[in-house]
Design a protein around this ligand. Structure first.
Ligand SMILES: NC(=O)c1ccc[n+]([C@@H]2O[C@H](COP(=O)([O-])OP(=O)(O)OC[C@H]3O[C@@H](n4cnc5c(N)ncnc54)[C@H](O)[C@@H]3O)[C@@H](O)[C@H]2O)c1
Ligand SMILES: [Zn+2]
Length: 345
């Protein structure tokens, strides 16, 4: 399974150049719940550990500078290694700081949230929020390794678990009916550990297969954006409104609205929506936006960096489960109809 032993040798084949010093970046929650387990197996001097406050609002240039300063002040060189222990926030910002420090040092992700396990920690998209825009500054830089252990998830709040679950749902929707059934039949309440490990592994296989074919998102990788055009707009809207929701919640709402568009525009069988709706009623709850927010949401979609031409809103939609169609344009009227439907659920 993906529960790699934490005593793996950081000097092994995963890192070509010998590592002189190891640094670790974490946030306050991962530090509390996960760092002790890591320190049992990897010896890192206390002064080489930087703990920053938790939360996506801290994925900023100011904290990136703090990471760079921390590395400089402890004499990190291009032969140093940065371990990122935490959720997607730490993996994204730590990866970005590593990719830019002295034109790039090696980094390894040790994800501690479900979302980071199945999505943020692998794939090499690193970056920070800037000027109020999520992930506005960043680059592609793959980690040397990703060390995943479902044991870290024991302390994860349910909300964060559901956030990652939405990304697993997305992977299954773009993969196959078999994968979708696997996800939808998982019992979230009892959360059986072995089955969860299998689902994490399946999800990563789907994501990594796509990333390997198209690392820099010129084509196929855009299928991973399913649910994210509307999802990102909702996430950003909620953030601006001072009422942030976890990334995966926004993605879940985005998935539903983009399934609606897929039914309308590409003839997707609407039974898929009916299969997914119980997750809304039983777990995610209704989105907190309303029809009044539509203009702002559409404006946010218009500025999404995934758009090919400025002003056009670019979607990935499904013709069928396992058959994603990238670069789909929808009219404002279609988008409004999908949002109306979503907000009326
Ligand atoms: N690079 C990518 O491809 C990619 C993909 C998806 C999302 N992301 C990014 O990932 C971020 C979201 O990731 P996330 O949901 O992991 O958020 P996060 O890193 O903010 O973690 C969520 C919360 O869980 C806490 N936490 C972490 N591990 C814990 C544990 N084991 N026990 C208890 N609490 C724990 C964190 O401190 C935080 O409060 C966003 O910044 C998003 O933009 C990046
Ligand atoms: Zn996502």
């Amino acid at each position: 399974m993906l529960t790699y032993d934490l005593d793996l040798s950081i000097r092994d084949a995963t890192v070509a150049t010998p590592i002189e010093q190891i640094f670790l970046l974490t946030d306050e929650n991962a530090s509390l719940h996960c760092l002790p387990l890591v320190l049992k197996t990897i010896n890192i001097p206390r002064e080489h550990i930087l703990t920053i406050p938790a939360g996506d609002s801290n994925k900023t240039l100011a904290f990136t500078e703090q990471i760079w300063n921390f590395l400089f002040s402890h004499g990190a060189t291009r032969s140093s290694l940065l371990l990122n222990l935490g959720g997607g926030m730490i993996c994204d910002m730590g990866g970005f700081a590593a990719a830019t420090y002295m034109r790039g040092i090696s980094y390894v992700n040790i994800p501690t949230t479900l979302l980071a396990d199945v999505d943020a920690a692998s794939g090499g998209k690193v970056g920070i929020n800037y000027n109020g825009i999520k992930n506005a500054i960043g680059t592609f830089a793959r980690p040397k390794a990703v060390i995943i252990s479902a044991d870290f998830l024991a302390t994860l709040p349910t909300k964060e678990f559901l956030s990652g679950f939405a990304e697993m749902l997305k992977h299954s929707l773009i993969s196959s009916p078999l994968e979708l059934n696997r996800i939808l039949s998982y019992d979230i309440d009892s959360a059986p550990h072995d089955e969860l490990c299998t689902l994490i592994e399946r999800s990563l296989i789907i994501k990594n297969y796509i990333v390997e074919q198209d690392p820099e998102e010129h084509g196929l990788r855009k299928s991973l954006n399913f649910g994210h055009t509307i999802g990102h707009a909702i996430e950003q809207y909620q953030l601006r409104a001072g009422n942030p929701i976890p990334h995966g919640y926004a993605v879940f709402y985005g998935l539903l609205a983009e399934l609606y568009l897929s039914v309308k525009l590409l003839g997707l069988n609407d039974s898929v929506i009916r299969q997914c709706l119980p997750l809304l009623y039983n777990y995610y709850g209704k989105p907190q936006c309303s029809c009044r927010d539509q203009d702002e949401l559409i404006e946010l979609m218009r500025h999404d960096k995934k758009n090919i031409a400025a002003g056009h809103i670019n979607f990935t939609l499904l013709k069928a489960v396992g058959n994603a169609r990238i670069n789909q344009e929808c009219t404002n009227a279609d988008i409004r109809e999908a949002l109306d439907w979503l907000f009326a659920l």
